[in-house]
Design a protein around this ligand. Sequence first.
Ligand code: SF4
Length: 191
Amino acid sequence: MILLHICCGPCTIYPLKVLRQKGFEVKGFFFNPNIHPYREFRARLRAVEEFAEIEHLEVIYEKHYGLREYMKSITPYYEYPRRCEACYYLRLSQTAKLAKELGAEAFTTTILYSPYQLHQLVKEIGEGLAQTYGVPFYYEDFRVGFKEGQDEAVKLGLYRQSYCGCIFSEEERYYKKRRKEVARKRRALPW
Ligand code: SF4
């Protein structure tokens, strides 16, 4: 069994298809204390439940709204990209820990599907956690199926979010100055 960390419904479509095609028995894990506000957290959780039912996918859900835990874990790294590094680490370390407890053969994440994430950094964090927990991290560049997954999400009528998740990404969505700042930083990053 491979434990697939799930960030949201639409991002699960393509990775799930690929993993199943490769012969993996997939179990999902929804753990995203980064999602703000609570209403958005509920909307994304519901979309995963909806999709999991269609696909007969077993998912372990962390339904607790972990705002405080999330803020503690990213403090003092509020600025991009350090906060994303802390955010990936928080979500993937819980996934690796659970994979170990469940005796999974590997773990991976739907974060590898999004072209908006720091892909190489996610890979490096996953590989580092694999060493720590003694469970392999399955890496694949799921971004190649981004359009296919999004088209399918539209067909299924799944809820699709318009910002990454945290309060800072919501700010960047509406506040042009911050959006520009992040775009500038992103261009200078090695990942
Ligand atoms: S922008 Fe996305 S990855 Fe970065 S900290 Fe916010 S929710 Fe996490």
